[in-house]
Design a protein around this ligand. Structure first.
Ligand SMILES: *Cc1c(COP(=O)(O)O)cnc(C)c1O
Length: 393
């Protein structure tokens, strides 16, 4: 057998649906010395991380913390704690992640009532209202704020208000919105929310920030049945992440990964949340000008577009997988393919967190232009970069 040596990954520019480029300050933080997870110094950092997460989520919720696993585990934490067997949940689906919500509801013993919208369109508030009227026994409404599979934002504030009019709690997927698009947990009165670190927080993958308000906590504390997952049972995790008092051992926190999250949240606080939201829009505008100058178009209607996830339709007959592999191999640039029914139909260009900058926009447009022109695709060659530069100047 050949001897295996250290792994040195290539340096890439990550402009897919996540992970996105990690800020070098975060990578540096990850390399700091590991200490015990009950060390007072670590506990102090945990408390700061919770404060920083409250800022990112715009909430005063006491139960705001990082789950020690990726965004999918934050999703499971919300569903497994809030749903009791037999309960009806309205699940909105307009892309891949709504389908995963349905899976979660059913695995928790709940009954999912699906409200489906076409991929590439926002969740219809009217359809959700009709579903709530037809299902007066529903207990929860669950939806994806920023659907990464299509690049669509839905009206979280309106959906939550509607759910509350019908005495339902809300579970919101904010994996791709947190840090990238306006999200106000307290003002919008969201009950339970989960996110991820590897999208607009510019941190490494593997952690899932979550937040629960008093209404959600009351439901969890008054469950008739035990949460079926021991690891995700918030009744137990709360003693570990709770502030003040004795912290009891629950699991070993991913110590260094949390240094990284702490640093990424410090960076977000230094920039300012609103400034970060504005930066995501400004860089999207540059990309859009370049994409349109090239003669390509967006898959999603302008008013429903996420600035951090751009779904692009490519010219008819393009070998789209070849384009992506050329971008990766020659320009070390990663963009995303379509997921599920969108496979082979769109590219997903992420402009998330640290990766949302003018350099990346120009790099991506220039590289796409070069690869498509060389392959003889039907595009306007040589126009994209200057169109974006005009927006940026
Ligand atoms: C990425 C993503 C997830 C899953 O997060 P992982 O960290 O990959 O587990 C869930 N929901 C949405 C909307 C996402 O974009």
């Amino acid at each position: 057998m050949t001897s295996i040596t250290s792994f040195h990954p290539p340096v890439r520019t990550l402009m897919g649906p996540g992970p996105s480029d990690v800020n070098p300050r975060v990578l540096e933080a990850l390399a700091r010395p590991t200490i015990g997870h009950l060390d007072p110094a670590f506990v102090g950092m945990m408390d700061e991380t919770k404060e920083l997460l409250k800022y990112a989520f715009q909430t005063e919720n006491k139960l705001t913390m990082p789950v020690s696993a990726p965004g999918s585990a934050g999703m499971e934490t919300c569903f497994s704690n809030l749903i009791e067997p037999g309960e009806k949940v309205i699940v909105c689906q307009n892309g891949v992640f709504g389908g995963r919500m349905k899976e979660n509801v059913e695995r928790c013993g709940g009954v999912a009532v699906m409200v489906e919208d076409a991929w590439g369109t926002a969740v219809s508030v009217d359809k959700v209202e009709a579903a709530l009227k037809a299902n007066s026994d529903a207990k929860i409404v669950a939806f994806v704020h920023a659907e990464t599979s299509t690049g669509v934002v839905s009206d979280a504030q309106a959906l939550v208000a509607l759910a509350h009019q019908h005495d339902c709690l809300t579970i919101v997927d904010a994996v791709t919105s947190l840090g990238g698009s306006p999200l106000k947990v307290d003002e919008w009165d969201i009950d339970a929310i989960y996110s991820g670190t590897q999208k607009c927080l510019s941190c490494t993958p593997g952690i899932s920030p979550v937040s629960f308000n008093e209404r959600a906590i009351a439901k969890i504390q008054n469950r008739k049945t035990k949460v079926q997952s021991w690891f995700m049972d918030l009744n137990l995790v709360m003693d570990y992440w709770g502030s003040g008092g004795q912290r009891s051992y629950h699991h070993t926190a991913p110590v260094n990964a949390l240094y990284g999250l702490h640093e990424s949240l410090v960076i977000l606080q230094e920039e300012g949340l609103e400034k970060s939201w504005d930066r995501h829009v400004a860089n999207h505008e540059g990309l859009k000008a370049g994409i349109e100058a090239m003669g390509l178009s967006f898959f999603v209607a302008e008013e429903d577009r996420l600035p951090q996830l751009n779904a692009i339709q490519f010219p008819e007959g393009t070998d789209e997988a070849k384009v992506r592999s050329e971008l990766l191999n020659r320009y070390s640039l990663e963009i995303g393919a379509g997921l599920g029914p969108m496979a082979g139909k769109i590219w997903r260009i992420g402009l998330m967190g640290f990766a949302s900058n003018q350099k990346n926009v120009l790099h991506c447009l220039g590289a796409l232009d070069a690869v498509l022109s060389e392959m003889g695709a039907d595009i306007q060659s040589g126009k994209a970069v200057s169109a974006a530069m005009k927006v940026f100047s």
